[in-house]
Design a protein around this ligand. Structure first.
Ligand code: URA
Length: 471
């Protein structure tokens, strides 16, 4: 039997060194006893000498990452579990990818708990000013973590408070950062820390950002578990804030709504514009004024008869459309025009436009790579598209792809389920939903012919529907 003493400080390094030697000497997990921080002195009847490693084992990065975190868990079994997993990895090289393995799942859960504890430590440590006379300010904090997270989280505090001296005291380990150097010592009892004037300010800030209309006690206590409250000065205000929440919400309801000036101006402009009958000049001027990072400054307006019965809507202009200033002239446009021609759909008699009027791209060397517009961007531009619909007054609209479908129906859900159907659009105009022609360009050869046939069948339906809408 091999007994491995592991220290409270530097546990990770000591465990790794021991595990490397044990596995190199092919010592079975059942023959190892791990003694953390001298907690099982009776184990010292066994031998402490570790065997010489004979056959070093190469360990995957995934295991190292898991071990480096799970080793800080407070479960006394963590070392044995990690070593047992390491032992199995010799014969089961794919084990780290096996999500169903209960031992791996247990260690993954430990890893998650440690990360969560680190996150809480970053968020809930509260420093007090120790008022040093030296050139650097000095702070101290008391914290009670659930797992042994002082060492692995110290880097975070070192980066954040690099120009100060500080100390985090916990019952097990104390981290001391002085003159830019970190050291870890034994833990201590809670020290007397001086009153801190900044705490009153912090309390006022906390009370001010508390939103009484959003009180969810269960969410709050899960984010900020009660066991941390006693060391966080602001938590003394929480019971009072919760008790007053309903009264505050009532006061908010009764008070007149206010909006930040910039947003108010934007909404006013839209409401004024909506109240006036839309005109092409106004629309073009509005669209030309759009300027967002990541988008071309040139707008590509719709093309075709402005009184067309059929309106066809794509996603956004591509590279070639942006250069030509016309929609559907690049590769996807050619696929669409060729397919339309084959089924007798006259693309030139339709009004062609896009949900978003500017090319969104990423510059890579000389190439401009297409980027999908976000939902926010599609919704922002939808107002222009709806104005276009109001001006053209088509009898039927075709939405090609998810972006156009979202802009015209208000919903971007599952395009393939909605494909080849007609929905009532936000302006009560029927919207025929189909895929975007660029979808055909991305398919492997083996799938292309059947997808083209399906697209052609949609276009044939559209041709028939728009003909019957005219007659
Ligand atoms: N794709 C579109 O959605 N619109 C175009 O104008 C060109 C390609």
């Amino acid at each position: 039997m091999h007994c491995v003493p592991l220290p409270m400080i530097g546990t990770d390094v000591a465990w790794r060194a021991a595990a490397r030697r044990l596995i190199g000497a092919r010592v079975k997990p059942a023959d190892v006893l791990w003694d953390f921080d001298n907690q099982s002195p009776q184990l010292f009847e066994s031998t402490v000498e570790l065997p010489e490693p004979r056959r070093p084992m190469k360990v995957s990065k995934e295991f190292v990452a898991l071990a480096n975190t799970a080793v800080w868990h407070s479960d006394p079994q963590r070392f044995a579990r990690l070593y047992a997993l390491l032992w199995r990895l010799r014969k089961e090289p794919g084990l780290m990818q096996d999500r169903a393995d209960p031992e791996l799942a247990k260690l993954r859960q430990m890893e998650k708990n440690v990360r969560r504890c680190q996150h809480k430590m970053k968020a809930f440590v509260r420093f007090r000013d120790l008022r040093s006379d030296g050139p650097r300010r000095s702070f101290g904090a008391w914290f009670e973590p659930t797992h042994n997270t002082v060492e692995p989280t110290a880097q975070f505090f070192m980066r954040r408070f690099a120009d100060m001296d500080w100390m985090i005291v916990t019952p097990d380990v104390t981290a001391q950062f002085k003159d830019g150097k970190i050291a870890f010592h034994e833990g201590r009892e809670k020290p007397e820390l001086p009153e801190d004037g900044a705490e009153a300010l912090w309390g006022t800030y906390f009370c001010n950002i508390f939103n009484p209309a959003r009180v969810k006690i269960s969410a709050m206590t899960s984010e900020m578990p009660k066991k941390y409250w006693k060391n966080m000065p602001e938590t003394q205000f929480i019971p009072g804030l919760i008790a007053d929440a309903e009264k505050k919400v009532q006061e908010m309801r009764e008070a007149a709504p206010t909006l930040p000036p910039e947003r108010m101006a934007h909404i006013r402009k839209q409401l004024t514009a909506q109240a006036q009958p839309a005109s092409w000049n106004m629309l073009e001027a509005e669209i030309a004024g759009f300027s967002e990072p990541g988008f071309s400054d040139r707008a590509v307006m719709g093309s075709g008869p402005r009184d067309a019965n059929l309106m066809i809507v794509g996603e956004q202009p591509g590279d070639q459309e942006d250069l030509a200033g016309l929609p559907f002239v690049g590769p996807a446009g050619q696929v669409f025009r060729a397919a339309a021609g084959r089924v007798g759909l006259d693309a030139d008699s339709a009004y062609l436009t896009n949900a978003v009027k500017h090319f969104k791209f990423q510059q890579r060397g000389k190439r401009r790579i297409h980027q999908n517009p976000s939902v926010r961007e599609i919704d922002h531009c939808a107002w222009w598209l709806r104005t276009e619909v109001a001006l053209v007054k088509p009898r039927l609209i075709v939405a090609m792809g998810a972006s156009a479908t979202r802009a015209l129906t208000g919903s971007g859900t599952n395009l393939l389920k909605r494909r080849s159907t007609v929905e009532t659009g936000v302006d009560d105009v029927p919207v025929f939903i189909t895929v975007h022609p660029s979808h055909l360009l991305r398919l492997p050869d083996s799938e292309r012919a059947s997808a083209e046939a399906k697209f052609a069948a949609d276009l044939q339906n559209i041709a028939e529907m728009s003909n019957s809408a005219v007659s």
